[in-house]
Design a binder for this molecule. Structure first.
Ligand code: FEO
Length: 169
């Protein structure tokens, strides 16, 4: 594998694990506010990020590449309003999309078709992640300012269940 592509995928394992940590911190914020549904939603989000990291980990190993695990940064955001983690989550997903696109671009430049095919799933996944984050902001704007609406939204988010990623390696 091209050294730059391999290095970027290694870095992305760390970024995905950081994403998991960031979302766990958001789950933690909502749990402390008594919003178990919002907390559940972000706990599942955190699990999905760990899955993303493990897919990259397995892909590198399957291609005889070395995996190097670096320190995971502390989530350094603080939230006060209930809507703040939602906005931060969308912003973060847009950032992750840009990272995936950078790796894709490097793979393309190196004619690394296998990595491009692997990343196709992530390109699509990022579109879904951004939509989910954006939809949540819309719902919060519409219903979150009134106690009954917030209760209903929290109940909806409590129903989210984890499912393993559709990508098989
Ligand atoms: Fe791993 Fe939320 O993207």
């Amino acid at each position: 594998m091209d050294k730059k592509v391999s290095a970027l995928l290694n870095e992305q394992i760390n970024k995905e694990l950081y994403s998991a940590y960031l979302y766990l911190d958001m789950a933690n914020f909502y749990a402390s506010r008594g919003l178990d549904g919002f907390s559940n939603w972000f706990e599942i989000q955190a699990k999905e990020e760990q899955d993303h990291a493990m897919l990259m980990y397995a892909f590198l190993h399957n291609n005889d590449e070395t995996v190097t695990l670096e320190a995971i940064a502390k989530p350094d955001k603080t939230y006060s309003a209930l809507s703040e983690p939602l906005a931060a989550a969308l912003e973060h997903e847009k950032y992750v999309t840009s990272l995936i696109h950078t790796i894709y671009g490097a793979a393309k430049a190196a004619d690394d078709f296998r990595t491009m095919q692997f990343l196709d799933w992530f390109v699509k996944e990022q579109g879904e992640e951004e939509k989910n984050a954006s939809d949540l902001i819309t719902k919060m704007d519409l219903f979150g300012s009134d106690a009954r609406g917030l209760y209903m939204l929290n109940s909806e988010l409590a129903a989210r269940v984890y499912s393993a990623p559709s990508l098989q390696l």
